[in-house]
Structures are given as structure tokens and as C-alpha cells.
Design a protein around this ligand. Structure first.
Ligand code: GN1
Ligand code: MG
Length: 363
């Protein structure tokens, strides 16, 4: 990896000096840094090394981000929000060029994104007010981007959130893996085989034409929805790498599985993980207060989306554990097994509360 300061220097506004580059955030895929410069107006920006083992066509990822951000800005210009701050990240250009990325001597792919000032993010939701804001944030994003023709976005991650594909891959990996059987591993194996038959419910609905592809965020977990430091209102969605055509159900399910788990994705206390119904209520209320475009078919599949996305992420983590941790970064070898157990416990809690969740959706 080339010198971080020298790379950051390529993305800064010309007259400023880079003072510091330090690790930032808690992503599982890319390497993220916060750059501080001596600018008095905009001292920070975010520098990222994109994981090109995951994103095989990083140029297309950058195109999607630009298309998305341009559309968000256009919509906000046409219909400015009256009572709330809303920010759209900016893709930074490489010095003296029009390019939005830099490839270093080791073929690493670098890009710079503006930092949203006076903002805050949390890994877990603190209370129902925060939950409402998380829902509102996702609803606002879907609302602003909803009219963008999906054909303008490239499919930068084929198979992303297609649960039956993850299942197929899991079966291949399982055949090849040397499985160290333990009670945790056995729990995961059984959890998956018991639910394999219902893995294609959203994809089947899409094939039948009941659900339609729309622009999606792809990763609307709690810490990707920024709050204003003073008002604690949602003001931006960040981490736009997975913006692409998809089902909004992936986003809604992913947001709820992330936000309604108060113990968080990384807890070692996986036995006590549960899906918090009060938070689900406020998130859905926040979402539905802005997202007025849902059809009756959209409503019909919301419960399944919530259940499926928790199951799917557990399946993805468990598969990666079996494959030797090649996709999600880990700090210790069993981390992806632990993460899988957290998501499976969450999915189980969703299943147990099916009636109550459906009541929330249809109330
Ligand atoms: C990954 O790297 P990060 O944290 O932004 C993953 C998401 C998962 C998430 C779980 C491209 O996102 O799908 O929900 O981890 N992103 C990709 O924490 O696979
Ligand atoms: Mg992400």
C-alpha cells in the first residue's frame, strides 16, 4: 500500500495540507480512513480502499454512486425539504483530473468521499425516537431515488441479497469444507436446513411480477444512517457502494434486522439476541411517514423480507466461516460463526413474533 498521506493528498482541495489520516468506522469489507486537512471550511473527508475481491468492477460502483447522488441532489433542488436538514455525500475528484478514483502501484483502488459535518452514527439504536429517525431516513432515501430508472444503475454485485443463490453457494462450500462439529456449528447447520425451502420467497414474487426492481441502497444498517448532532434527526444515508437495482424489501428487511437487534451484530451474548417489537413499530412508522409508494403486494411481503434478511445474513456469515473467512474481515477465526449465531437467533425471534410483526405492518 502506498503512503496514506500521499494518497489522501490526491483527493484534497488543492490549496490544503493533509494533517492526518486515521482508521475510521467499522465496515466489514472496505478499508476506511478519516482524513483531516488544514481547511477551515471543510477540514475532513473520507478516504477508502475499495475491496476489489468483492467489487469486481469498482469503476461501475463509482458510476452508480455518482448517478445516485446526482439524482438525490436534483430531487432536493426541485422539492427542498422545509423542516429538516438532508445531506448528499459528494464524490471527490483526483487532483487535476476528472477521475473519481486512483489506482496505486499495488493495484489498490482508492476514492474520496466528502464527510458530512456535525453528524453522528451509532452501531445500535438507542431508543424509539432514534428508531423512528432510522426508518424515516430509509424512507426519505427511497422516496428521493424512487423515480430513477433502474436501467441507469449497473448490477455491481450480481447475486447480492438473492437468498437462493447464497443457499446454493453454501451447499457447495459445505461439501468442500472440513467442518469441526460443535454445538454451535450443529445449530447453524440445522437452522439452515430447516429453512432452505422458504429461501426463494422474494425472488419468486419478483419472477411473478408481484415485486419490481427499484434503486436500492443495499446496506441500510443503523450505522449507515447519519443523525444531526444537535437535533438527532436523520440527515443522510452513507456507504453507497451497494446502490444498484434490487427489491426495496432487501433494504427494509436489512434495516429492521440491524436496527431491532439491541445487542448488535457483534455481541458474544448471542443466546440473548431478540427482535425488539417496539423499535420495529417506530422504524416502520418513520419509514411509512415518507414512503408513500408501497403497493399492496409490497406490503404483503414485508414480514417475509424482515425474516429472510436476518436469515440470509446469518447464512452469508456461516458460509464465510466454513470457507475460511474470505469475504467478511475478521479479528478472530470464529467471528463469522458468532455473527451467524447472532443473526439466526434474531431470525428465530422474528419467527416467534410473526403474528405481532404482521399486525404492526398492517395496522
Ligand atoms: C457488509 O462492510 P459493510 O459493513 O458496509 C456487507 C453487508 C452486510 C454487513 C453486515 C457488500 O457491509 O451486506 O449486511 O457487512 N456488505 C457487502 O455488517 O457484502
Ligand atoms: Mg456497506
Amino acid at each position: 500500500m502506498d503512503n496514506l498521506i500521499a494518497i489522501a493528498d490526491l483527493f484534497k482541495l488543492q490549496e490544503n495540507k493533509v494533517l492526518e489520516v486515521k482508521k475510521f468506522g467499522s465496515g466489514n469489507i472496505n478499508h476506511t480512513f478519516l482524513v483531516t486537512t488544514n481547511s477551515t471550511t471543510e477540514p475532513h473527508f473520507v478516504l477508502q480502499r475499495l475491496n476489489t475481491k468483492v467489487f469486481h468492477q469498482p469503476e461501475l460502483v463509482m458510476n452508480n454512486i455518482s448517478t445516485c447522488c446526482n439524482r438525490l441532489r436534483q430531487e432536493l433542488q426541485q422539492t427542498p425539504l422545509k423542516d429538516r436538514r438532508w445531506e448528499v455525500p459528494r464524490v471527490l475528484r483526483v487532483k487535476n483530473s476528472d477521475r473519481t478514483y486512483y489506482i496505486d502501484s499495488q493495484s489498490s483502488f482508492w476514492r474520496g468521499i466528502s464527510y458530512i459535518s456535525n453528524s453522528q452514527s451509532f452501531d445500535t439504536v438507542r431508543d424509539t425516537k432514534h428508531g423512528w429517525e432510522v426508518g424515516y431516513g430509509l424512507g426519505m432515501f427511497h422516496n428521493l431515488i424512487g423515480n430513477l430508472d433502474v436501467t441507469q444503475l449497473a448490477d455491481t454485485l450480481p447475486g447480492f441479497h438473492i437468498t437462493p443463490n447464497y443457499l446454493q453457494n453454501y451447499q457447495i462450500v459445505l461439501k468442500r469444507a472440513k467442518v469441526n462439529n460443535s454445538s454451535k456449528v450443529d445449530y447453524c447447520l440445522k437452522f439452515i436446513s430447516d429453512r432452505a425451502a422458504s429461501a426463494d420467497i422474494l425472488e419468486t414474487a419478483r419472477e411473478r411480477g408481484e415485486l419490481k426492481l427499484r434503486p436500492i441502497h443495499g446496506d441500510p444498517k443503523v450505522n449507515n444512517i447519519l443523525l444531526d448532532r444537535q437535533t438527532q434527526q436523520a440527515i443522510a444515508l452513507i456507504d453507497l457502494d451497494t446502490v444498484k437495482p434490487g427489491l426495496i424489501h432487501y433494504d427494509i428487511g436489512d434495516c429492521l434486522r440491524s436496527a431491532c437487534n439491541l445487542l448488535g451484530e457483534e455481541t458474544s451474548n448471542w443466546q440473548n439476541v431478540y427482535f425488539d417489537l417496539d423499535l420495529a413499530r417506530s422504524i416502520l412508522q418513520g419509514y411509512l411517514s415518507v414512503a408513500k409508494f408501497l403497493t399492496s403486494n409490497d406490503y404483503r411481503y414485508l414480514y417475509e423480507a424482515i425474516r429472510l434478511l436476518a436469515f440470509e445474513l446469518g447464512l452469508r456469515f456461516f458460509t464465510d466461516y466454513l470457507a475460511g473467512n474470505i469475504y467478511f474481515q475478521v479479528k478472530y477465526p470464529e467471528q463469522n460463526l458468532n455473527r451467524a449465531l447472532v443473526q439466526f437467533k434474531l431470525a428465530q425471534s422474528i419467527e416467534v413474533q410473526k403474528g405481532a410483526i404482521k399486525n404492526l405492518i398492517h395496522s
